[in-house]
Structures are given as structure tokens and as C-alpha cells.
Design a binder for this molecule. Sequence first.
Ligand code: AMP
Ligand code: ZN
Length: 474
Amino acid sequence: MTIKLFNTMSRKIEEVKPLIPGKMGFYSCGPTVYHYAHIGNLRHFIQNDILKRMFMENGYEVTHVMNITDVGHLTSDADSGEDKMEKGAARDNKSVWEIAKFYTEEFLKDFDDLNLIRPTYMPKATEYINEQIDLIEKLEKLGYTYEIEGDGIYYDTGKFPGYGKLTGGSLSGNRAGARVEFNDSKRNPTDFALWKFSPKNEKRQMEWDSPWGIGFPGWHTECCAMSMKLLGNHFDIHTGGEDLSRIHHNNEIAQAEPIVGAPWVSYWMHTSFLVDKSGEKMSKSSGEFMGLDAVRNRGYDTMAYKYLVLLSHFQSQLAFSWAGLESAANGYKNIVKRVAEMLSNQNKGDVDEETYKTWHDKILALVSDNMKTAEALVAVQELLRDNIINDATKLKLFEFIDRLLGLQFIDRAKKLNDLKSEEAPAEIQALALERATAKAEKNWARADELRTQIEAAGWSVIDAKEGAKLVKKA
Ligand code: AMP
Ligand code: ZN
């Protein structure tokens, strides 16, 4: 099937042509583990998971690398300011290493809870220091670096003619953006640190020896070194949130292409932000953000949050509101209820393979067309409404839908059915017994009265051949 994706580099939707037929190598910029992940970060990881599942369903062998940023990069893009990890450690009264371990584990709990397929590799920046030093040495040999005394080794963006090409920017572009404060010692405003020296009179919790002195690598260096080590010098897709394209990813390209040639990466994909009601980007550093716990604590299934995310397109900002989540949760529950009914249907029929293929291809084509997940979910509703297709075929399609979107419809439907078949409490059973006796005595009025009482207590009586069954109402 044709796969099309919007490529940030060309600003166009392109047909995907893998470097090696049948294989797909992709790198996602992972979490910085100085705090819990917020639901905005998780939107990015949900989108990456769909991307991966879509390739898998199209028969590709996917190698997915997602890094864990456990070396503190600095709070400002100007390579100055506080170190995010050290700041997080001070806040939690723990060591940097302890918080890195703690927030990585917390992140992975959310990752698993959202039913995201674990990456093939999850390299930690602290475990790839040598590779980062190697990369800087290569750039040094090629003449792209210079030292700012007492500060660090910098990349000279003036030496790289294509600098900023991912976002169509120029060297002065970033300066005008005013996000990067101008450090007088830099040759160009967009130059960035490859290696920062530890302050002379201060011992940092995380620091390493290097050919240039004790210090720590720059953030942009980590993704570049680890992706190339694990995916090879060239690979297919690199992803990140929309905030990363302008500086982080332009800097990664500037480091990689002088070494391996252009294009380093074939396709760049960026997930748009999840924003709050006022349109503000949800961010970790603002200190006010919402994690997946907030969703759970309000009694929502985390799948409902994932369903909400998939109702929007990854290139559009998603404004989060509780009302929006409530309506997505209802939509999700309705589908689960329908699947639960199909599972308990005794006359499902036989799978009609032709119909299966038609719907499978229709839904997969939507997701393969620049990840049109919202349209795919509309098709799921159409499938449910179609009265001609039997339940056996629909259930086989739901197995596929679960593989593709990871929304766990069948799992939740089974849980719902288990809940329903829960043993009724003694008093309800007593009412059911009394009703059976009334029926045997043909006392229909009393039997109806008892049914009403049972229903009012949240149970339904289903008269089956083998006797009346009590089922908990959903
Ligand atoms: P961080 O842990 O801050 O390094 O971010 C992890 C990933 O989440 C990065 O790819 C970010 O670009 C992305 N991200 C951060 N904030 C948001 C947001 N509000 N909406 C969507 N993605 C985000
Ligand atoms: Zn990165």
C-alpha cells in the first residue's frame, strides 16, 4: 500500500520510499527525565506509536529508537541558564541519577498504560558519552568547531551553508526569533555548544572527562550520536514535537551532514502541540502541567485520552479540555459496548474474508495517508453501523483495528463482559429466585414487579433456556 507522510523538510506530503525495501528505521526524540511526562509529551509518543503500527501493518520491519535524555540540557536554547536535571534534583531533594531513574520508570509506566509498543532501543544519553565525544572529534577534524574559553566547544553554524534548512530559516532567522540570547563570544548567534565545561569552582553531579576537559555534552549532540550508532549513518524517519524542529533538529542536521552527507534523514515528522484552553503550549518547565495521573484520577480510562488524541490530526494543535475528554470517553465507551455485545453474541456467523479485506484496506489506507486517524475512526463507526456485515467479520476487523491503533477495544470489551457476569449479591439472587417462583405459578404481575426491583438495583434478568441469568448493567 502507498504510504504518504508530510515531510517537514520539503513542506510537502511525500510518498515514503524506504532506504532498504521492507525496512523502516526511525528515531523519536524521547523524554527529558527531570519530571513526569505531561499529556502533551504523551501526545507525541502516541503519534509515534501509530506511525510505527502503520508501518508494521503494511508489512515493514521497524527499528525504532527513542532516547532518554538524562543529561541535563540547559533551560535556555542559548546554552546558558540552569541545568534542567540539576534543577529537578534540587526540587525533589534527590541526586540527578536518582531522579533520572525515577522519572524514566514513571514515564515507562505511562507508556505501557497507553499501550504504546516499546521501542527496539531506548538509549540513555549518559550511556553514549563516548559516541558523543567521537562525533565532536569528527566535527573538530573537519573544522566545524571552536572553543570559547571557560565555556565550551561550540559548533560554527557559519561553516554549514545549509544551516536552518529544515525550517526554511537562515542564520539571522533565529536571532530575530529572540529565543536565542546572543552570547558575545559566539561567532554566530545560532552557534551551539557541543561540549560544555564544568564550572571551575563547582562539582557537577554529572560530568565526564573529554579531550577538551571535564564537562558534559550538548543536548543536540546526544540524539545525533545515538541515532547514527543504532540506525546507521542514514535512516528513514526522525520525529519530535513541533518545538524541536527549529533549533534542536536544525542543529542535529548541521552536525550529521558534514560527516555523512545529505540527506542524513529522509523524512522529518513533527507532532503539533497539545495546548490548553488559552492556546498555551503545555510544558514541563512551566511547572504547571497535567500528567496522565490527572486523567486517571478523574476516573477516565487512559484509552479515552488516546482516543481523543486520535480524533485530531497530528499536524493540528489539539486544545485540551475536560469537556472534550468527556465526549471522547463517551465515544470510546460506546464502541467498547458494541464490541462487548458482539463478543457475547452466540450467532456470530463465519468470517467473510472478502468483506474483511475491503474494510481492512480502507482503514489502513486512511492511516497510511499522512496518518488520517480521525477519518479512520469515522470508518470504524461506519463499520459498526453496517447491518449486513456479521459479527465474526466485524470482530476480526476489530482485532486489526486494535493492532493498528492500539486502542484496546477488544480488551476493554472483554473486561466489560467479565464485569457483567459478576456474581449477583445474595439479595438480588433472592429476588430472582422469587421471580422464578412467581413465573412458575404464572403470577405474571408479581414477576414483573420483581423484575422492576432487580433493574432498579442495577441488574438485568435475561431469560435463557437454561434459566434466568443476572447481568450487571453497564
Ligand atoms: P521533553 O521531555 O520536554 O524533552 O519532550 C518530549 C517530547 O514531547 C519532545 O518530542 C517534545 O517536542 C514533545 N512535546 C513537548 N511539549 C509538547 C506539547 N505540549 N504537545 C506535544 N508534544 C510536546
Ligand atoms: Zn532529540
